[in-house]
Design a binder for this molecule. Structure first.
Ligand code: KG4
Ligand code: ZN
Length: 337
């Protein structure tokens, strides 16, 4: 089965062709980062308009790179939420209309399920069950994954998501958007240990997170320095270390509490080099296997949507003709395919 996957939940237009037996055949991504850079964050209306412009040319490219034409496509998967309503509708409208014109089914994919399943695109994929640590710009969640569609949320952020904390801290340090990669780069120049930030909510039981306090900590620490590049690099290093340690402590706790031995880490923040290193070290030390998507599939992309959609299409799922998007959509609402 050939599946066309379409991702438009935020500021990346992602398109991919996945084949149920042959695997991923092609994928293309257009990032709107430059469009939003001047504003220091995503401008929803600009995002929707850009998706409208880029989708059809990207789909044509993905089809030709996969060596097929549109009549060979058996089903279309698109991100229906959570995300920006206008951006979601741009993808949903193209996906549903194309599916209708071609007389094939289309299926709505949950964006976070896409992230969660992205490591299954790798050559040595994790077996079920596992713990998933989902860390993106809008979500921070620990999920017990029994099978596709069987998700139990064990903990989540009570305020800012991990990626959001990176973005806001980057802004305070005068860095560009998105903040995660910028902080990662600056932290490399930082002096480890000059500042030590708190590891929020790790001193009490439970698997929830809270990252908003780190903003205040960054501000007060910065105000007490002369704000040189070295000061900022030292703060970036302290901030990154605090977020990474907090995520590590809670992930380890989730593994211990459930008795599971596999941890899947996905979402934009899973590209963080320091986090990948520290989690792999923790895994080696404690006897857990840690799975990350390849770097290009940590952030938003069409491949993860095509993959997740393919599993649901194979099980006979299809949407009614109506074009719908769900800007808010709890992962725990999903059912197995
Ligand atoms: O999954 P994603 O691409 O989009 C959402 O679904 O939100 O995640 C984007 C988030 C942004 O907050 C960005 O700053 C963060 O992922 N991010 C990183 C890194 N690369 C992207 N955070 C830390 N380190 C990185 N290397
Ligand atoms: Zn995402």
């Amino acid at each position: 089965m050939y599946v066309l996957g379409i991702e438009t939940s935020c500021d990346e237009t992602g398109v991919a062709i996945f084949h149920s037996q042959q695997g991923l055949l092609s994928h293309h991504l257009y990032s709107q980062v430059k469009t939003h850079a001047d504003y220091g964050g995503v401008v929803p209306e600009l995002a929707s308009r850009d998706h409208v412009k880029k989708l059809i040319p990207l789909i044509s490219r993905a089809l030709s790179a996969a060596g097929i034409d549109k009549y060979r496509v058996d089903g279309i998967a698109y991100t229906a939420g959570p995300g920006l309503i206008g951006a979601l509708l741009a993808g949903a409208a193209v996906a549903r209309s194309l599916a209708w014109a071609l007389g094939i089914p289309s299926v709505a994919v949950h964006h976070m399920e896409g992230h969660l399943l992205a490591p299954l695109l790798e050559p040595d994929p994790p077996e079920f069950p596992f713990i998933a640590l989902l860390v993106s710009g809008g979500h921070t969640q620990l999920v017990e994954v029994e099978a596709i569609g069987r998700y139990k949320i064990l903990g989540e952020s009570l305020d800012d998501a991990a990626g959001e904390a990176f973005d806001k801290t980057a802004k305070m340090l005068g860095l560009g958007y998105p903040g995660g990669p910028e902080i990662g780069r600056l932290a490399d120049e930082g002096l480890a240990g000059r500042f030590v930030f708190p590891r929020p909510m790790t001193d009490r039981p439970g698997l929830n997170f809270s990252f908003s306090g780190l903003k205040t900590h960054t501000l007060t620490t910065l105000a007490a320095t002369s704000s040189t590049r070295q000061d900022k690099a030292d703060i970036a290093a302290a901030f990154q270390e605090a977020v990474v340690d907090t995520l590590l402590i809670k992930s380890q706790r989730a593994l211990e509490e459930t008795g599971l031995v596999r941890l899947v880490v996905a979402g934009g923040v899973s590209a963080n080099r320091r986090m990948r290193k520290k989690l792999h070290e923790m895994g080696r030390e404690k006897g857990y296997r840690i799975y990350f998507p390849r770097l290009e599939f940590c952030g938003d992309n069409g491949a993860m949507i095509a993959y997740a959609g393919c599993q649901r299409l194979l099980a006979g799922h299809a949407e009614p003709l109506e074009i719908r998007a769900r800007p808010r959509w709890p992962l725990s609402d999903l059912l197995p395919p």
